[in-house]
Design a protein around this ligand. Sequence first.
Ligand SMILES: [Zn+2]
Length: 344
Amino acid sequence: MAKSQFVDFKAVKAAITMEQVLGHYGLMDKFKRGTDSLNGPCPIHKGSNPTQFRVSVSKNIWNCFSECKHGGNVLDFIAEMEDVTIHAAALKAIEWFKLDAEEMSAKSNKEDAGETEVAPAPKPAAKRPATSVVATTEKSVPNTPLKFRLDKLEREHPYLMQERGLSLETIVDFGIGFCAKGMMADRIAIPIHNAKGEVVAYAGRFPVEEPPESTPKYKLPQGFRKSQELFNLDRAIRESGPLFIVEGFFDCMKLHQHGCKKAVALMGSTLSATQEELIRQHTDSRSQVIIMLDENDAGRAGREDIACRLSRFCFVKVYEFPQPDMEPEHLSAEEVRLVMEGLR
Ligand SMILES: [Zn+2]
């Protein structure tokens, strides 16, 4: 990422506690609680003495009395643990604790410059590849709804309208758009809702068909478990007719645009146990489910497995494309209409 993100360190520091950060690293069971302190072995130099590292809860600072012989605030701690700059540490904290990216960014006007620490761009070594859509681990823990919304998204972005062929209506309907700053900066932000319709994450699509090497096409917030959600399920369950299961966000949005509104995306080519349960909850033995995955090896393997599992409780049909490498997104409005008519 070429552009630097300006972070208000004070706001980030005020928003998180040392206890949360230790919890994030899974260290709290090693720590003992005092009146205003947390005491444990130093996670930075990986010591074993249970009193060498002390956190002042009220001051929200830490100190290592052993090898490190120094201390600091929450961001200093993350920076030490991750071996990154304070700026990169602040960005990590924003992602990990789902902080309001807008609120945590430094104001660019002069009045605020005096009291805002403006950070330089992160050093390249600080960058870790973002979680790819494919490589998220499965854990049966629900995602927490976000307390913020990314606003000021640029709707009429050429990547969405020209490259992906989405209408402004579809773009607004799905609440997507180009994000200039914040956690999904320089990406197309796509809100993901749970079945109740609460936003649980934003996915970030790099707005170029083939991103440069080492830049993932999709970025998901750290800690977000895509296996717990089906994209667009909250709205699909309000529609009648057969339920379409596709792989990607854009497959789903494109079908929707062409009038096939009862569609959900797996965000991959496999069905997690939770996703299977979600479909079970919203179907019965008379419901029709159309599996329409990409016409490639992963899609073909996925649809066989999914058809087998879902046919135990609903009526399943597998859609096969006539040409290799075709995807639901490639279907024209007319083709979608014919597919839907064929199902009546
Ligand atoms: Zn230490």
